[in-house]
Design a protein around this ligand. Structure first.
Ligand code: ATP
Length: 816
């Protein structure tokens, strides 16, 4: 079968999750870009079984377009995109069932051909606009036979299913039975021999849409991060009232067989105790363990108590642990004024966070590729993600492994259940224990204890405070002394230094900005004096949290070791910057918070841009000479153009961009107001500034579109850090502490009074693919573009191409 002919349908099934609309958008757009005909199935498998009882009604004429777009149509014989533009006006699916201009209607139709513009603007909407259902009839062979017939009648040969493990099991059963359904339909005379031959093989790909993050063989499911965001918002809100009244709150969150949401909320929102299905409390009775822990927190002065319980939490005898019962225990045994909050369906709702726009976009594209490459011999794939890479795994293997975890819990084999969870789950659990459990006695003997200095550097970034809190609590647990250096190296020279306490950092997870104070002053301001302060405060280890400055500072400190013995201590840099410009690491703390701030701002801007008239907004982002935020922001907001310092801006490219916008606005359905975004990094060009580009677009847009600009500036530093940044901060911070301990121990083992710290003991913690890798700061230099303050290579470079593809830039330009 040639790719040109693939007819591809996408459906959403099972419980809804944020990001499902982004899946549909991505599959439709990627499908059209790759020459497919695209369809949606309404109401999940139920719609597949019901099929179509009414005839198609499509727009058949191109919209009345100005000359530049007419020209595009005239040359459009080979453009699948232009061919597909006429199938959608963006309103039909959004409205559900009503009649529309052009005679389009959804009445009597569950399997609907859709075009490019039908999925326009779907990013910002939660849930699923094409509907979802739990279908009992699809669980029967008869139901699936009907579904097969309906697909063949419409000529569809490939489907993308987005749902949980049940939905993906259904997909696999359907594909396995497909040849027998075709044979039955042929024997019944329901399809012709030609149809039977053409549809001998059904191509299926699965995307995991589930808020629980309960699928094995993928790190994250679509909608999980948004649900976690809703939970953290709730805990952050509850925290203030809990502290005001010195109350305890028990929060029940979703997760029948998987404790990911409860665990990650516990880590990122700073709970006192959590209950998850795969790891029941060790003590029997568990009530003692919980009460002792919470009592200890109260004794050090905590005024509030937060307990998070997954809806499927169990004790070691498989008895459910219920929120109401926990409340009774806290009230009766500790005398706490305790309330229960069940978050329920609020966790599913709301608009998708940046991650739940980016992940489904990348996975939808991969699903289309997998389907085009599929043969009767290849398995059905589930599209997953491992660390930062989109993956394909055999769908049934993933479903079987997911079931295994549930079965292990049911068999009380909690060790096995935990072994089926990924690294992040384990590290997060360690993180929760290290940051929330208050040790009675320090764990290390006196001679192994350190005085650890913590310094923030550069601009504030989400997660800096959460990382500091984790470091402080880990230090106290071990017996180290966590020393805050306020206001960076300037503060150090002024002896603005004090020891932090367990309680003092309690509420820092949810705080944006920098609690320690930060600036860009490098230690080179007076390296000798800096070293003298290291000596006078007896620092045994240093943790620098910041961006490119922090990297530079570490380089200077390491270089000063020969001259200043006090600098011969282990030193780490934990990258934290919204620009994400530290070389070699794929993510820095703060970059996720910043993306979310950008997405929120752009949603509002786009709404305003569409409301008034056709308007292009040129949005300027921070990021220095690094285009990460601009590029990923463009992907997450559906921007139609992106300008970055890496690629620069030329007159030729601007001319093409103007032409592209004219063609695109010219092709919009009549009567539509459409807002479009152009994202420009602040340093993309010295000449073609945001102002120049805006004026140029305004001038050139004429009757077609207007242009305005908006500068997001410091709003991109974000207010409250995102849960992803908080959780990442905890994981990385604890690794930094372990690094300091290890190198401190090695230095202690050196003979003599004067110690020589090896180069490897001054390092940057980096995330590279699925690993956390320590890079000695010296080695980092060769990977850094020091002049432009960014890495020499970046992993996200190809995203720019995808941004262009998803708006059809090249294809429209080729036609125009
Ligand atoms: P969630 O994570 O929200 O529960 P899910 O996809 O696991 O999502 P289910 O209700 O288990 O939700 O499955 C959704 C639909 O998939 C079912 O209503 C049914 O139509 C279909 N389905 C599930 N399992 C099978 C199966 N073994 N055979 C055929 N169809 C199935």
């Amino acid at each position: 079968m040639s790719n040109q002919k693939m007819k591809l349908a996408v459906l959403t099934s099972g419980g809804d999750s944020a990001g499902m609309n982004a899946v549909v958008r991505s599959v439709v757009k990627a499908g059209i870009m790759r020459g497919c005909e695209t369809w949606i199935v309404r109401e999940g498998y139920e719609g597949l079984v019901r099929g179509n009882t009414a005839p198609h009604k499509y727009h058949t004429d191109p919209p009345t377009v100005p000359s530049i777009a007419r020209e595009a149509y005239a040359h459009a014989h080979h453009s699948n995109l232009l061919e597909n533009l006429r199938f959608g006006d963006g309103d039909l699916l959004r409205d559900g069932t009503g009649d529309h201009p052009g005679g389009r209607t959804l009445k009597g139709r569950y399997i609907v051909r859709v075009g490019w513009d039908d999925v326009r603007g779907w990013f910002a909407q939660g849930g699923t606009l094409i509907g979802t259902a739990r279908s009992t009839v699809f669980r029967t062979v008869e139901g699936r036979l009907k579904a097969a017939h309906n697909l063949i009648k419409e000529g569809i040969d490939a489907i993308v299913v987005c749902g949980g493990d049940g939905s993906l099991s259904g997909a696999d059963v359907f594909r396995a039975e497909w040849p027998s359904h075709v044979a039955t339909l042929l024997a019944q005379g329901a399809i012709t021999p030609e149809q039977a031959e053409k549809h001998g093989h059904l191509r299926i790909a699965g995307l995991v849409g589930s808020i629980d993050n309960d699928m094995s063989m993928t790190d994250l499911t679509i909608g999980a991060v948004t649900a976690l965001t809703r939970i953290c918002e709730a805990v952050d809100n509850i925290n203030s009232t809990a502290a005001s009244h010195s109350r305890a709150f028990v929060l029940e969150v979703m997760g029948r067989h998987c404790g990911w949401l409860a665990l990650m909320a516990g880590v990122s929102a700073g709970a006192d105790f959590i209950f998850i299905p795969e790891r029941p409390p060790k003590a029997d009775p568990w009530e003692d363990e919980m009460c002792e822990e919470i009592q200890r927190h109260r004794e050090v002065g905590k005024r509030k108590t937060i307990v998070i319980v997954a809806e499927g939490a169990l004790d070691s005898n498989l008895q459910p642990i219920r929120a109401d019962y926990i409340k009774d225990v806290l009230t009766e045994r500790l005398g706490l004024d305790t309330r229960v909050t069940t978050l329920g369906h609020t966790q599913r709702g709301g608009k998708p966070c940046a991650y739940d726009r980016i992940l489904p976009t990348l996975q939808g594209e991969e699903a289309v590729k997998a389907l085009l490459e599929s043969t009767p011999e290849t398995p059905s794939y589930m599209i997953g993600v491992r660390e930062n890479k989109i993956t394909r795994v055999p769908l049934m293997e993933a479903v079987a492994m997911t079931r295994e975890a549930g079965e292990a819990i049911a068999a009380k084999d909690f060790t096995k259940a935990m072994s089926l969870r990924d690294n992040e789950f384990h590290q997060s659990l360690e993180g929760f224990i290290a940051t929330s459990i208050l040790q009675k006695e320090p764990r290390l003997p006196k001679h192994q204890r350190m005085r650890v200095a913590i310094i923030h550097m550069g601009a504030p970034a989400g997660g800096m405070n959460a990382a500091t809190r984790a470091a402080v609590r880990y230090c106290i647990r071990q017996g180290h002394h966590p020393i805050a250096v306020h206001n960076g190296f300037r503060g150090l020279l002024e002896d603005n230094v004090h020891e932090l306490s367990w309680l003092g950092v309690d509420s820092w997870t949810a705080r944006g900005g920098s609690e320690l104070g930060t600036n860009r002053t490098l230690p080179s301001i007076d390296l000798g004096a800096v070293a003298a302060r290291f000596q006078s405060h007896s620092f045994d280890g240093l943790m620098l949290i910041g961006g490119f400055e922090a990297f530079n500072a570490l380089l200077i400190l390491e270089g000063g070791r020969k001259a200043y013995p006090a600098l011969n201590i282990p030193m780490v840099h934990l990258p934290a910057t919204i620009s994400n410009n530290v070389p070699m690491t794929e993510f820095s703390l703060g970059s996720d918070t910043s993306l979310n701030a950008l997405v929120d701002a752009c949603d509002s801007i786009k709404q305003s841009a569409s409301a008034s008239r056709n308007r292009v907004f040129v949005v300027e982002t921070q990021g220095g000479k690094c285009g990460y935020i601009a590029t990923m922001g463009a992907l997450a907001t559906g921007a139609c153009l992106v300008y970055t310092p890496e690629h620069g801006i030329s007159l030729d490219s601007l001319r093409d961009d103007v032409k592209f916008l004219k063609i695109r606005y010219g092709l919009d359905a009549k009567g539509h107001n459409e807002g479009r975004l152009v994202i420009r990094n602040e340093s993309a060009s010295n000449v073609y500034t945001t102002d120049v580009i805006t004026k140029m677009l305004k001038e050139e847009g004429g009757e077609l579109f207007d242009a305005r600009s908006a500068s997001l500036g410091h709003t991109l530093q974000g207010g409250i850090p995102s849960p992803m940044d908080r959780a990442r901060a905890v994981r990385l911070s604890l690794r930094c502490m372990a690094f300091l301990e290890e190198h401190h121990h090695a230095l202690q083992g050196q003979p003599g009074r004067v110690k020589h710290a090896p180069p490897a003991s001054a390092a940057v913690i980096t995330i590279q693919g699925s690993s956390i890798i320590w890079v000695p700061v010296r080695d980092m230099v060769e990977h850094a573009d020091m002049a432009n303050r960014r890495g020499k290579t970046v992993w996200w470079d190809e995203i720019r191409g995808l941004v262009n593809d998803l708006v059809g830039r090249s294809e429209l330009l080729a036609c125009g």
